[in-house]
Design a protein around this ligand. Structure first.
Ligand code: FAD
Length: 315
């Protein structure tokens, strides 16, 4: 018998750590910036894989979003994933923004269309879909590949456990996700969802259709009834009456409502992980308390990275 070769060597059986990421949005006031930076410092202690920074549809908060991305890179150990929307933008404008993001050293972009303007009108010469933006980013990446030492820009996209409000069907949404993968998407993050089966059903349908990229569940801490209702209105995803009743049952007991909300979120995240979720993306709303409470209950297997504080102490 010949000795085993590298080709015969068994592949590693250790499972990958669960990816952890957070969504932040650029602050709209000085007071909001103080809260955000407190949140950033608290979240930094959990060693997330990246934090995503939202971007207004039509580039409404362009400067603030890029400023936050810059500060995350310069002042923290966090790796930013910059959201970018293409709605209303011409190829020339978006070409400039993508280059600007890459010039700042960002190597991860969440490519989105963004919500249509209220009157529904989109400029005829603008990019129509997230898919167009992915293709634009890949063309720019190719032009600049020597600068990236032939490394890739990571492109994420949105995925929908419940039908996108403008889409004719959930089947169409999966076709769109597959098209985004074919155009160069590396991973997807889901819209909020409130029932565990909504995530597992999306993954099942997407895999059957040929989607192979990681589909990371976007989890919203269910600790604020007001926020749940607001987000449900914006995203078109309705929470179940049972969930709303559970949270309302706490009445004026704020701590009680929070306990119920954390419990429900932990259940949702555990179910997603049991369904094979490769990571969790927490919608923080720029507050750390709920996200950290949920995390402490989940006890995720995470790689231990050297901390900056330990590094400074050792020098
Ligand atoms: P697309 O994938 O382009 O889909 C938009 C619609 O067009 C869908 O109905 C789809 O079915 C249809 N469609 C797509 N491609 C085709 C095609 N080739 N042919 C026919 N129909 C097609 N919004 C912001 O403004 N800023 C943000 O920072 C932001 N972050 C987000 C982060 C996450 C994780 C998620 C899930 C959403 C986020 N959104 C954000 C919201 C998002 O912009 C909206 O949901 C938007 O309406 C659709 O964006 P999309 O990238 O999914 O668009």
């Amino acid at each position: 018998m010949s000795p085993p070769t590298l080709i015969d060597a068994p592949t590693s059986t250790t499972t990958a750590p669960v990816a952890l990421s957070y969504e932040l949005f650029p602050p709209r006031s000085d007071a909001a910036a103080v809260t955000l930076w407190n949140t950033i410092r608290e979240l930094e202690c959990t060693n997330p894989d990246y934090v995503s920074v939202t971007y207004g549809a039509g580039g409404s908060n362009h400067a603030k979003a890029l400023d936050l991305v810059d500060r995350l890179q310069l002042e923290t150990t966090l790796r930013p994933l910059a959201h970018l929307t293409c709605v209303g933008g011409t190829p020339e404008e978006l070409n400039a923004v993508v280059n600007e993001i890459l010039d700042r050293g960002v190597r991860g972009i969440l490519a989105l269309r963004g919500d249509r303007p209220r009157d529904g009108a989109l400029p005829a010469n603008g990019l129509q879909y997230a898919q167009d933006l992915i293709e634009l980013i890949r063309r720019i990446e190719l032009r600049r590949s020597a600068q990236f030492a032939a490394g890739k820009v990571a492109i994420g996209v949105a995925a929908y456990p419940m039908k996108h409000p403008e889409s004719p069907s959930e089947g169409h949404d999966v076709e769109v996700l597959l098209a985004k993968q074919r155009s160069g998407a590396d991973f997807a993050i889901t819209q909020v969802f409130f029932e565990p089966e909504q995530y597992s059903s999306l993954v099942h349908r997407a895999r059957r259709a040929g989607v192979t990229i990681p589909i990371i569940p976007g989890i919203m801490p269910l600790t604020s009834l007001r926020r749940i209702l607001k987000l449900s209105e914006l995203s078109g995803v309705a929470p179940s009456a049972a969930l709303l009743d559970r949270i309302r049952s706490a009445g004026d007991d704020v701590a009680g409502a929070r306990r119920i909300g954390v419990e429900a979120t932990v259940g949702l995240a555990e179910a997603a992980l049991a369904a094979g979720a490769p990571g969790l993306h927490l919608y923080t709303f720029n507050e750390h308390e709920s996200a950290l409470e949920v995390l402490s209950r989940l006890n995720l297997p995470r790689p231990s990275r050297p901390s900056l504080a330990a590094h400074h102490r050792a020098r």
